[in-house]
Structures are given as structure tokens and as C-alpha cells.
Write a protein that binds this ligand. Structure first.
Ligand code: ZN
Length: 372
């Protein structure tokens, strides 16, 4: 991967690379993943896959994340004290905290607040200068769509091919406004994602006021990688990619909730061609046309004395034209059954209605990020 040049640099310092210069679509790899599961092996990846609508989001984003894990570990310790305020990440990292408009050393502040020597000592030994490079790859490639859980050994989800719900991967392949975001450590991972996926999030292309936005769904990962992924996302506002903090839940203030609607290309129509062995003894009473009068209800009888035919009511069906008989059959054969099943993308934390999706976001947060 050496020598590959970035195509853009964002104001947050993130370097953007062209994904297609690093890896191509790989239907074989995608099919291999699907063949791993009994629920997904019937899906033909190439038939299910749709190219995504035109967008500028696909790419590899090289982000730098500070040592949040260390910060969180220290905050966990401070939680045991009854403090009215906690140092911010920047204050923790720089060992400077502002008190009454004056910056003092954080160690001094901690002592003032009655933090134990052991905990202050812990803080002074923490690695706080550590900056880690992570890659956030936003992809529309079939292998990345179906590998959205398969590639990870950090987290699992119902989109693993061994889970019943993974049939929805077919819907995800079909869904042309869906992209996946992958968090990984090295640029080289992209070519072979096996066990390299640290966190993942499905992203939706949504048009809002004439601008395309990329809206995240729930982030899958462990506590740490979820946090890192969200921090990476929050460095991409320049290009209208949103972080998870714009999403809302039931607890949010109703006045701040906005529903984004985006048309979608419907469900994937999955044809299932199945063979079934029918083995059954069938016995039922059926009505048939009278075999004697052929349904005429009347028949002619030769009367000797009259020397002619006389028309009479059919004696076999008693003039009904139909008669009842017992139908018996031993069925033993293979038949073919064709069924079509509609498969949508798995409803992560939005609603999928087939022809459109609805995603709830926080109005104010969205405005804030767009104005940056
Ligand atoms: Zn008859």
C-alpha cells in the first residue's frame, strides 16, 4: 500500500484515499462468506447486489484518535469521588485545567479536590501523548457488505451468516442507499479483512434540503472500538458524514426530533425453487357427470309395444345428471415449488418500509454539524 496518495485532506486533518485504488469488488469472496451459512447460502450475491446511487462518501479515511481508553480508565477512578466536574479529554491530555480563568496543572487540581496519592500517581504514569491512527473505510463493495459481521472477532451481531436473521444480508446487497463503515487499524487490512474488523456501522445516504448526508446506524464493536469509531466519524463533518450523536432515542425531547425520509429501491425478491416429496393417501367423495346419460338427465328406452324409443328420467343418476363416487389415490411424487420472498435490509435503528426509510435525528445537533 506504500506510495498511494491521498485524494483529499479534511479540515480535521483526516486524509482521504480512493477505496477503488486499493481494492476491487470481489463477488467470489462475498459468495464464499454467504456460503458459510445455511440461511445465506441460497443467496446468489451477484444477482442480489445493486450498485449504490451516486455519492462521494465511499473512501478510506485516515483518522487520528487520542488515547481515549486511558482517559476513560482514569475517569472511572474519579467517579468514585464526589466531584462536581470532571477534567475534559483535552485537560487530561495536556495536564492543564482552567480554574477561575487561570490554567493550573491537573495534578495540583486533583490534590486540591482530595484525590488520593495513589490515583494521582496512576494519572502521572498514564500514556497521554499517545495518538493512534485508525482507518475508517466507507464501502459499497459486495464483500464488505456481506462481511459486515463475519470479518470481526471483536463483536458479533445477527448479520453473521450463522444467524437466522442474516438472510437480510441479501436485502443489504440490494439496497442502493446503504453503505458500510468499517473501523480497522491498517490500510493493508482492506484487501483481506478477516479478523481485522474492529467496529462497524451501517450508513444511510439521505438527501436533506438538496444535500446528501451520510447517517450512521447503531455502532457494533466493543466499548472501546465503538467509542473510537464514533470519534473517527466526528472528524468527517466536512464531507457531510455524521457521527452517532445526531441519532436520538425515545428519551429525547420531542421538539428536537426530526424524521429524515429517503426513498429506497424496495425489497430484494428472493426466488426459492424447491423440490418437495409428496407422499399421501388421498380419499374423497367427488361428483362426476353421470356416465350413463352423459349429464343429459334423460335417456331413451326402447319400448317393444310402441315400437319406438321413449324418453325417461335417467335411472343411474335419478335424473340429476351427476353422480357421486369415491376418489382414491396413493400420491408418491416429487413436485417443484417456486416461491418469492421479499427481503429488506435489517432494520437497525431506523424504519425500513421497502420504498423508503425513516430515520430519527436530533434537529439541533444536525444543524450544528452542518454549520461546521
Ligand atoms: Zn344419468
Amino acid at each position: 500500500m506504500k506510495g498511494i496518495k491521498s485524494v483529499q485532506k479534511l479540515s480535521s486533518g483526516v486524509k482521504v484515499y480512493d477505496l477503488y485504488k486499493i481494492v476491487e469488488d470481489d463477488y467470489r469472496e462475498a459468495q464464499n462468506i454467504m456460503d458459510n451459512g445455511k440461511y445465506t447460502e441460497s443467496i446468489h450475491v451477484e444477482s442480489a447486489y445493486n450498485h449504490r446511487i451516486d455519492n462521494d462518501f465511499v473512501g478510506v479515511y485516515e483518522c487520528v484518535v487520542d488515547s481515549i481508553h486511558e482517559y476513560n480508565a482514569f475517569m472511572d477512578r474519579l467517579m468514585l469521588y464526589s466531584l462536581d466536574a470532571f477534567p475534559s479529554f483535552e485537560e487530561w491530555k495536556n495536564n492543564r485545567i482552567e480554574v477561575d480563568g487561570k490554567a493550573i496543572r491537573l495534578g495540583k487540581w486533583l490534590k486540591r479536590k482530595g484525590i488520593s496519592d495513589t490515583d494521582i500517581d496512576y494519572y502521572s504514569k498514564q500514556v497521554r501523548t499517545g495518538q493512534h491512527k485508525y482507518y475508517l473505510t466507507i464501502s459499497d463493495l459486495p464483500q464488505h457488505i456481506v462481511g459486515m459481521t463475519y470479518y470481526s472477532n471483536v463483536f458479533t451481531s445477527c448479520m453473521h451468516p450463522d444467524r437466522t436473521e442474516s438472510i437480510h444480508l441479501a436485502g443489504a446487497l440490494h439496497d442502493d442507499t446503504l453503505l458500510v463503515a468499517y473501523l480497522h487499524k491498517d490500510m493493508d487490512d482492506i484487501e483481506d479483512m478477516d479478523n481485522k474488523l474492529l467496529a462497524r456501522c451501517n450508513m444511510r445516504i439521505v438527501e436533506h434540503n438538496g444535500v446528501q448526508l451520510l447517517i450512521p446506524s447503531r455502532i457494533y464493536g466493543n466499548d472501546r472500538t465503538q467509542e473510537i469509531m464514533n470519534r473517527c466519524l466526528s472528524q468527517l463533518y466536512d464531507v457531510n458524514i455524521m457521527s452517532y450523536d445526531i441519532r436520538c432515542d425515545d428519551l429525547d425531547d420531542d421538539n428536537d426530533v426530526m424524521v429524515l425520509r429517503q426513498r429506497t429501491n424496495g425489497y430484494y425478491k428472493h426466488r426459492i425453487n424447491d423440490h418437495k416429496h409428496l407422499n399421501e393417501e388421498i380419499e374423497r367423495e367427488i361428483e362426476i357427470e353421470c356416465p350413463y346419460c352423459n349429464g343429459n338427465k334423460k335417456t331413451n328406452v326402447w319400448i317393444e309395444e310402441a315400437e319406438r324409443d321413449v324418453c325417461v328420467k335417467c335411472p343411474v343418476c335419478d335424473g340429476e345428471g351427476i353422480t357421486k363416487t369415491l376418489f382414491r389415490y396413493d400420491l408418491d411424487e416429487m413436485i417443484e415449488i417456486d416461491t418469492v420472498v421479499d427481503i429488506g435490509t435489517y432494520n437497525d435503528d431506523y424504519e425500513h418500509f421497502g420504498d423508503h426509510v425513516e430515520i430519527k435525528v436530533k434537529k439541533e445537533k444536525l444543524k450544528e454539524h452542518m454549520e461546521r
